[in-house]
Design a protein around this ligand. Sequence first.
Ligand code: AMP
Ligand code: MG
Length: 340
Amino acid sequence: MDRTMIPVKRTLLLDDSRSSVYKAAKIIRQGGLVAFPTETVYGLGASAADADAVKKIFTAKGRPPDNPLIVHISKKNQLADVARSIPDVAGELIDKFWPGPLSLVLQRSENIPPVVSAGLSTVAVRMPDHQVALDLISFSGGPIAAPSANRSGRPSPTSYRHVLEDLSGRIDAVIRSSVCVIGVESTVLDLTGSQPCILRPGGLSREDLEAALGCPVSLAGPGGGLDLPASPGMKYRHYSPSAPLILVVGPVGRRKQLVNFLVYRYQRKGFTVGLLNLSSQGSLKWEVDPEQFAAHLYRLLRRLDEEGAGVILAEEIETEGLGLAVMNRLRKAASRVIRV
Ligand code: AMP
Ligand code: MG
């Protein structure tokens, strides 16, 4: 979106002391926008009950109006103000996983304006596992609607610096705090159908959900949410660095061969080649630990951009644990996926 479309304002940088969080909550109460830390990524919050404030989130991010937001609560009993009905299965998952990186899709209450859910009759809701986020919600006096605090299409922010890179001058304040430990967004689980279904893999693994529910949990979308969209294009790219990202998938030996070839070819063309999860010897750096990869993914994408990478190469990892969320983000960030 054109930067001139919203008036440039001074973005207040607040620390995470109680008095500063109180100041931030006042901004939310008055209809402003505040970026705040959570255990997943930084969120861009507005009062969930204030439709005009929520609309400003879409403008500031350049977010398509058909992409719903997540409502954040600080106490489990606030759920009754957000969702019209709470199925038994939701109660079990909440007891086990809240506060934490699990967003539940439920029927939306009339207290929550339709713009929050992009007009859907449902609403996604979660309780973040971060004291600053919980205090902000509680001091603001009600639930906070918040997507990730990045410009639409960019990698999500895991530090206040990333928020300022994308949104300085477009939002009222950002709270500076520790980095986000999980590093990818929450798992979005739809509980409005006949079976629970993962709409977006995220910080809570599918295996943990299946163990809690005692049954397999399906993953929405073609190829279990991991296939390429039918018609590739910018509309489908998310979480993307400025440099094109090439994702190499297939058997490990052939992947390595192709990556070596691509490094050689792009360097000969004069490109700086950014290696996302590869060492310069061409072996995978993060394969053994998808949680580490998730924690650093967005920061690395932004850093490779800063370092002037002309092209970024990434290799697929196993989809166990947080590997599923990482692969989902890599496929969406990729401008090309090459299967060997
Ligand atoms: P973000 O926090 O920026 O990753 O955005 C929130 C994401 O939550 C959206 O992109 C959707 O994937 C998901 N979401 C939020 N509300 C709903 C809903 N009512 N139904 C389905 N998905 C939702
Ligand atoms: Mg987002």
